[in-house]
Design a binder for this molecule. Structure first.
Ligand SMILES: Cc1cc2nc3c(=O)[nH]c(=O)nc-3n(C[C@H](O)[C@H](O)[C@H](O)COP(=O)(O)O)c2cc1C
Ligand SMILES: Nc1ncnc2c1ncn2[C@@H]1O[C@H](COP(=O)(O)OP(=O)(O)OP(=O)(O)O)[C@@H](O)[C@H]1O
Length: 142
């Protein structure tokens, strides 16, 4: 049984998120998604939806076996609990593979790090970014 972890904010789901999770699922038998706590999202605007609502939406996707809310202080705590064989990063996530692998090794966790592919728009008007969806809402309803 190969366990895989994917993680992200997953605010206002779109087909790019579904693509990431479906791609991550192909790396093993069981996909665990870790949903970032809003309080830890500091590299971009805070999520619109609550932690639990984002977790529940991700849990409802067919590719995902289990969705977990992230830890508030230490992102490696859920990793220690899940004990994955592979962590699949999103294609554009700012995390550095080598740094994560070093942190895993420090904690004695035997797990490799891979990078998912991206989804390009497949038809006109496909919005593949939460930021772009919010911009569209503001443009049309603001
Ligand atoms: C291996 C790993 C584990 C993570 N675990 C958590 C966690 O437990 N809690 C949390 O709030 N964020 C966690 N994160 C961080 C968020 O997922 C991070 O903010 C992520 O970069 C958000 O991605 P996005 O900008 O693509 O949505 C983790 C990140 C990585 C790489
Ligand atoms: N078009 C896409 N193709 C593949 N993966 C995607 C795509 N868009 C987002 N993802 C992945 O989904 C995960 C969560 O993404 P995130 O919550 O940052 O959404 P986002 O739509 O990229 O947000 P924002 O537009 O605010 O940056 C990340 O790992 C990201 O790489």
């Amino acid at each position: 049984m190969t366990r895989v972890v994917a993680q992200g904010t997953f605010d206002l789901l779109h087909p790019g998120h579904v693509h990431y999770l479906e791609d991550a699922a192909t790396y093993g038998d069981e996909l665990h998604a870790i949903v970032a706590r809003g309080s830890n999202v500091t590299h971009k605007a805070k999520p619109i939806l609550s932690d639990r609502q984002r977790r529940d939406m991700v849990a409802a996707l067919a590719a995902v076996d289990e969705a977990h809310l992230g830890h508030r202080e230490d992102i490696f705590v859920p990793i220690e609990t899940i004990d994955p064989d592979v962590i699949v990063l999103g294609f554009d996530q700012h995390h550095d593979e080598a740094a994560i692998e070093a942190a895993l090794a420090d904690r004695g966790i035997d797990c490799r790090v891979e990078r998912a592919s991206s989804r390009e728009p497949r038809h006109d008007d496909e919005l593949l970014s939460t930021g772009d969806i919010i911009d569209r809402v503001l443009e049309r309803r603001g």
